[in-house]
Design a protein around this ligand. Structure first.
Ligand code: ADP
Ligand code: MG
Length: 595
């Protein structure tokens, strides 16, 4: 009979959803390591309080026997005093255990959050195209908390019950080996039921989480589709109903086995008491132990959940570590020495020349695998040149910039900086060399000053260099006139100016000034060109009049280079550029005439 039950129990366990990787357990331990004295103290007190609890049923029996059999005041008082002391000690130890573990969990939680945040910041930009921001923030806030809290709670329960189960079985043997045998025969039945029960519960949690997740996602994606949302909820409810019935079935079975066993022990134990082989108090102790044992077995369920939550860590963490390693090692041989001092960081230490080359680059956004955005695109920019990328919107200009910034990897072909593939550069080094003033405004809740020096270490900026950068962008006058000057809370323009403060070798201006009116755009561009002398500049501009002075103009359409040359050359060629210019002149003329 025993074997049968064990087999069925194991069979169920194989089908269980626990896919625990050894690495993840190690990772959790690593997160906890710095707090080991606290955790160890917690476990010591956990052991003390659990041991104390084990003695309670034993002394309960002694008290009963003291009353019923001996009818002696001293025996009775003796047992009661011991019981009271043990109870108080046990409770105190439990309190200290809780305090230690709670603090440890909070600290571990902070560590996990920091790691997670670092991991998220390390992702390639393609990751953010695919993942919803809400998803990331919920991972950062609630998921990590849920995970570490549940983990601590369950480890706590598991250990406590493990210790107690050991002690309980020991006392049971001590009290009556006959009754222990009866219990042990019934035990596999209980264990099998408990395990199944907890598995059902674990599945329940997992499935519910999944279906809720889908609901939440669809809600975020398709705001306003109320019916769809309601359908999803109904679906979830159906699932819940099925699980509710399953769950209640399991509950009936496990309760029946547990209580049935108690009745069997009472029946047999009663006979032993009547025939004088056992005292009444001992039987009471034994029954109490048996009930405790049943409770301890819930630990099986608890451990199942520990693994479930541990499983959640790697999904986040693995993605994070993906990009991290190559970055440091692939730094070029000649640049190796320079780079080391560079990281400590005078910004002007080692610099690239600023020679840029696109070689037969094909590119598809990972989030849109069916559309090839760049098709065998090739062009090159010499150090110190100012080149302009022009063309209709959607042609692929920003995508070129994204590749240069190594936000994405091309499908084929190469993007070279000074003849070296862009992906072989250290990420931090690369972004010191190449600065982007982007198309989309980035909002940071900081002051203008903080925005301008965004990402720079303290020794890399001074107030005067901040002002200088603002002057370069013709913004100093404007900022000075604000009530709080550089301390004004403001967003997008500031972070863009930090690109200038960094004095990069390569400056990318992706429609940076197109939000300004024509006159301001002209002024800012003038200022930029003046200050960017000697740097490689790639400017993407909507108003063609602002790029006439570029050394070379490259027309990009449908992911391909259509033509390139100077403003005059392209006008004479009467190709796409000439057409674009003509169209803009017409538009400008008509807007003039309208006014
Ligand atoms: P341009 O800057 O010349 O206006 P883009 O390089 O921004 O053009 O866009 C080229 C094509 O790539 C467009 O079809 C655009 O829809 C697509 N695209 C741009 N960014 C993404 C992205 N993050 N994910 C998927 N597709 C994108
Ligand atoms: Mg663009």
């Amino acid at each position: 009979q025993n074997d049968d039950n064990n087999d069925s129990g194991n069979g169920k366990e194989k089908a269980a959803p626990s896919k625990v990787k050894k690495g993840t357990v190690l990772r959790i331990i690593k997160f906890s390591m710095p707090d080991w004295p606290l955790i160890a103290t917690g476990f010591v007190f956990l052991t003390i309080s659990a041991t104390g609890e084990i003695f309670i049923p034993f002394y309960t029996g002694r008290v009963v026997d003291g009353i019923v059999i001996d009818k002696s005041q001293t025996e009775f008082t003796h047992a009661i005093v011991i019981m009271a002391l043990i109870s108080a000690g046990s409770a105190l130890a439990a309190g200290i255990r809780g305090l230690c573990l709670f603090i440890a969990v909070r600290k571990i939680n902070i560590r996990i959050r920091n790691t997670l945040f670092t991991a998220i910041l390390r992702q390639e930009i393609g990751f953010f195209d695919k993942v919803q921001t809400g998803d990331i923030t919920s991972r950062l806030t609630s998921d990590t908390t849920t995970m570490s809290d549940a983990l601590a709670l369950n480890v706590n329960i598991f250990l406590r019950n493990f210790i107690k189960a050991g002690g309980v079985v020991f006392f049971m043997m001590k009290l009556s080996w006959q009754l222990t045998i009866v219990t042990l025969i019934g035990l596999p039945l209980i264990i099998a039921e408990k395990v199944q029960n907890s598995l059902a519960e674990a599945n329940n949690v997992a499935e519910e989480a999944c279906s809720t997740m889908r609901t939440v996602r669809s809600f975020a994606n398709e705001m306003g589709e109320v019916q769809r949302y309601a359908d999803k909820l109904a679906e979830t409810f159906k699932l819940n109903m099925k699980q509710a019935f399953m769950y209640s079935g399991y509950t009936i079975c496990s309760m029946w086995f547990e209580l049935g066993l108690t009745v069997a022990v009472l029946y047999y134990g009663g006979h032993l008491v009547i025939s004088g082989h056992l005292t009444g108090g001992t039987l009471i102790s034994f029954i109490l132990y048996q009930i405790q044992l049943g409770d301890c077995l819930n630990a099986a369920g608890a451990s199942e959940k520990v693994f479930e939550y541990i499983d959640r860590v790697p999904a986040i963490h693995d993605q994070g570590s993906k990009d991290q390693e190559p970055a440091l090692h692939h730094q070029g041989d000649q640049r190796q020495q320079g780079k080391q001092s560079c990281d400590q960081s005078s910004p002007a230490c080692v610099q690239v020349q600023g020679h840029i080359e696109f070689q037969d680059v094909c590119f598809t956004y990972p989030s849109r695998p069916d559309v090839q955005v760049l098709k065998n695109l090739s062009f090159s920019v010499c150090p110190g040149e100012v080149i302009a990328l022009v063309g209709c919107s959607g042609g692929g200009k920003t995508s070129c910039v994204n590749l240069l910034e190594h936000f994405y990897e091309p499908d084929s072909g190469q993007v070279l900086l000074d003849g070296r593939p862009i992906h072989t550069y250290d990420h931090r080094f690369l972004h010191k060399q190449i600065s982007l003033v982007g198309q989309e405004p980035v909002l940071y809740a900081r002051t203008i000053e903080e925005n301008i020096r965004y990402g720079l270490a303290d020794h890399e900026w001074t107030m005067s260099s901040v002002q200088e950068a603002a002057e370069m962008a013709n913004a100093h006058k404007f900022i000075s006139e604000l009530k709080d000057g550089y301390n004004t809370q403001a967003g997008e323009k500031g972070v863009q100016m930090s690109a200038l403060l960094r004095k990069p070798r390569v400056l990318l201006l992706d429609e940076a000034t197109s939000a300004l009116d024509a006159e301001s755009e002209f002024l800012v561009q003038q200022a930029l060109y003046r200050n960017m002398a000697g740097r490689t500049v790639i400017v993407i501009a909507h108003r063609l009049s602002t790029v006439e002075r570029a050394d070379k103009i490259i027309v990009i359409d449908k992911g391909q280079v259509m033509e390139q040359g100077s403003h005059l050359e392209l006008l004479q060629a009467k190709g796409m550029y000439a057409n674009l210019v003509k169209r803009q002149l017409l538009l400008t003329d008509s807007s003039w005439s309208e006014e």
